[in-house]
Design a protein around this ligand. Structure first.
Ligand SMILES: [Zn+2]
Ligand SMILES: [Zn+2]
Length: 390
């Protein structure tokens, strides 16, 4: 049976898996049910190896081609975790767990990679090895890093890695990607300012923490407007400001929180350095003190040039007739855990159309099952093209 027909024939079954994952969302590393089903299915498809517990709850499946003389090993990654969101849909397969929801489509990503595993294990029409990487904790938990720290790349000899994310607003059948930075580095900061509290009627006897903090918030805006190269992108957002509780009291302390998003390591360093300088020197200017906790989160998701060109060619084959491939999609300031895999190995991350759905992380979002054959086709074509059978 030709590949597209075989994949089309699997669509209903993959849809069933996807909807089952959707009904049973799990958060961060606590993806025991999902990982269990993934491991069980991989084994039932006849994968050569299935290993659980990598990066706590990550699962790896290995499929060797009809021959492996090429010595090539390609890693394909899907994420399994959901979000702490209350679902607001009336879908028959809506979340059964209050306060948890697959609002980022990782149910679809997991189901599609399982579908590809089934097809590849059945056909084995390639010369090399495929390593399927099912990771936990994409949504802020660094599950990809945990799997890498557990040695997943070396242990399975992964040479290149590929990842995929659905994209609302992009038509089903279409793809979008770009070489270089595709998604931002996401860092977080917490600033604690301490002045001298006191009676609001005697400000002269206080060091007004609140006034100091507002100057800090204002001055932080100068990092992007005055320090960053205007042709580069950066975001510095203060997202929480906690100080004071009464009409007549100047508070002793204040706490600010926020996020920094950048697309290059240089700008990332610059933002961190300037943020710390601004906070401490402004506090000092007013006679207050301030501390900054700056935590580096996901790095820049940076696509490698050769693998991106290759992935774009695969996307063009799969999209033919159904959609288009945008090779110069603008980067987004969102962040992705797959960035760690792209730091560990060359590879490419691609966006795949989810059609006219609610946005990612929205309570009415749903993965579009019509995209399933497109995603599975992308994985299968990628493997068979990168490691052609003789
Ligand atoms: Zn997400
Ligand atoms: Zn996601």
């Amino acid at each position: 049976m030709p590949k597209t027909d075989r994949i089309a024939a699997l669509k209903d079954e993959i849809t069933t898996w996807r909807r089952d994952f959707h009904s049973n969302p799990e958060l961060l590393y606590d993806v025991h049910r999902t990982a269990g089903i993934v491991a069980e299915k991989l084994a039932s498809f006849g994968c050569d190896e299935v290993v659980t517990g990598i990066g706590r709850t990550g699962v790896v499946g290995v499929i060797r081609g009809r021959s492996s003389g090429s010595g090539k090993v390609i890693g394909l990654r899907a994420d399994m975790d959901a979000l702490p969101i209350e679902e607001e849909t009336n879908l028959p397969y809506r979340s059964k767990v209050s306060g948890k929801m697959h609002a980022c489509g990782h149910d679809g990503h997991t189901a599609m990679l399982l579908g590809a595993a089934r097809y590849l294990a059945e056909t084995r029409d390639f010369d090399g090895t495929v390593v399927l990487l099912f990771q936990p904790a994409e949504e802020g938990g660094g599950g990809a890093r945990a799997m890498i720290d557990d040695g997943v790349m070396d242990r399975f000899g992964v040479q290149e890695v590929y990842g995929m994310h659905n994209m609302p607003g992009l038509p089903v059948g279409s793809f979008a990607l770009r070489p270089g930075p595709l998604m931002a580095a996401a860092d977080r900061f917490r600033i604690r300012v301490e002045g001298k509290g006191g009676h609001a009627a005697k400000p002269n006897e206080t060091i007004d923490t609140l006034l100091v903090s507002t100057h800090i918030v204002t001055a932080l805006q100068s990092i992007v407007s005055r320090n960053a190269d205007p042709l580069e992108s950066a975001v510095v957002s203060v997202t929480a400001f906690k100080a004071g509780e009464a009409f007549n009291v100047i508070p002793q302390t204040a706490e600010l929180m926020g996020t920094v998003r950048t697309l290059t390591p240089e700008l990332r360093d610059l933002c961190e350095t300037r943020l710390k300088e601004i906070v401490t020197t402004i506090a000092r200017a007013f006679g207050a003190t301030a501390t900054v906790e700056y935590e580096r989160g996901y790095p820049v998701t940076r696509n490698h040039a050769a693998q991106t060109e290759f992935a774009a060619g695969i996307a063009a084959k799969v999209a033919a007739g159904a959609g288009a491939v945008d090779l110069e999609v603008p980067p987004t300031m969102g962040a992705e855990d797959f960035s760690f895999m792209l730091e560990a190995r060359p590879g490419a991350f691609i966006f795949m159309g989810n059609g006219d759905s609610a946005g990612l992380h929205h309570p009415a979002y749903d993965f579009n099952d019509e995209a399933i054959p497109v995603g599975v086709g992308y994985w299968a074509t990628l493997v068979e093209t990168a490691m052609p059978a003789n």
